[in-house]
Design a protein around this ligand. Structure first.
Ligand SMILES: Nc1ncnc2c1ncn2[C@@H]1O[C@H](COP(=O)(O)OP(=O)(O)O)[C@@H](O)[C@H]1O
Ligand SMILES: [Mg+2]
Length: 286
């Protein structure tokens, strides 16, 4: 396809290479919280790699570091061999980020947003219009509504547009930050099918952050379990389950997660919410 980014990297290069990546956020004077604590991982070309972790574990921070939105405090971050701190522009050309809070011009239509999105990547209106039509029909978006303001559309429809926008530019690396969180079951399935299709047809490498066990298991070749800014286990879904099996019984991924972390996803999230509440209270008092 003509809109493929020109790449100056060899086919054997990993899509992502993280070595001991650290990111801290300042809370108060002399007080920091560590969002990423020495994270290392490799995402091979063409791989769908899942980061499975509860809210607050550091998934979005990881995506922001890789997509050059924030600068790491330590470690080495490479995308197709390019250092993200040294070559942010170059890196940006090869990636596309889709996040839960996808940003659109809400008063403009899906078509207008998509044309604009494609233009940012150097795709002209004339080229993008037929592509948009094809992609939207592919993903089961009701084309009659393509000229309605985006704020009139459901979350599920908006998320489809976010993925369509990513697809338009045929990115070599897609960073999907909770692409199905908050969607109804039907839209969730549609979006998951679309992710698989993007992967199969475009040979993209995909980093998928999720706290949905089934989604991770269904879509990902390998999964890194993330808790408190640490990747505590990293393997194929099958191997993760085998690692934590007892009495020859293969556990569910959920049970493997419990065995790996000592807690369920819900317990960790409840504790994190509690911690945030406490912090707010303390801040209010002092
Ligand atoms: N911009 C920020 N400023 C301060 N703290 C942040 C910021 N972004 C994230 N954090 C903190 O870093 C931790 C990880 O957050 P995040 O990466 O959003 O996790 P996740 O995406 O897994 O829910 C949380 O404790 C969060 O409060
Ligand atoms: Mg997040």
């Amino acid at each position: 396809m003509s809109n493929h980014a020109t790449v100056t990297v060899s086919d054997t290069q990993d899509a992502i290479n993280l070595t001991h990546v650290v990111k801290r956020f300042k809370k108060k004077r002399h007080e920091y919280s560590t969002a990423l604590n020495s994270v290392s991982l490799q995402l091979r070309r063409g791989e769908v790699f899942g980061i499975l972790g509860p809210n607050g574990s550091g998934k979005s921070t990881l995506v922001r570091v890789i997509s050059t939105l924030i600068i790491p405090d330590g470690g080495d971050v490479r995308v197709f061999g390019l250092d993200v701190v040294q070559n942010p522009r170059e890196v940006q050309r090869h990636i596309n980020r889709v996040s839960v809070e996808a940003s659109f011009f809400k008063k403009l239509s899906s078509m207008e947003n998509l044309i604009y999105g494609a233009k940012l990547y150097g795709v002209t209106d004339r080229e993008s219009k037929p592509m948009i039509k094809a992609i939207l029909s592919d993903i089961g978006f009701d084309y009659k509504r393509v000229n309605e303001p985006m704020e009139h559309l459901s979350r599920g429809m908006q998320q489809k547009i976010a993925l369509a926008r990513a697809l338009l530019t045929s990115p070599m690396l897609m960073l999907l930050d909770e692409p199905t969180t908050g969607l109804d079951p039907r839209s969730k399935k549609d979006v998951q099918r679309l992710v698989r299709k993007i992967h199969d047809e475009h040979d993209s490498s995909i980093l998928l952050c999720t706290h949905d066990m089934d989604e991770a298991e269904e879509l990902c070749d390998r999964i890194g379990i993330m808790v408190n800014g640490n990747i505590i286990a990293l393997d194929t879904p099958q191997a993760l389950k085998e690692r934590y099996q007892q009495d020859g019984q293969l556990p569910s991924l959920e049970d493997a997660f419990m065995a790996a972390t000592g807690q369920s996803m819900e317990e960790i999230e409840t504790a994190e919410l509690q911690r945030q509440e406490n912090e707010k209270e303390k801040a209010g008092v002092s």
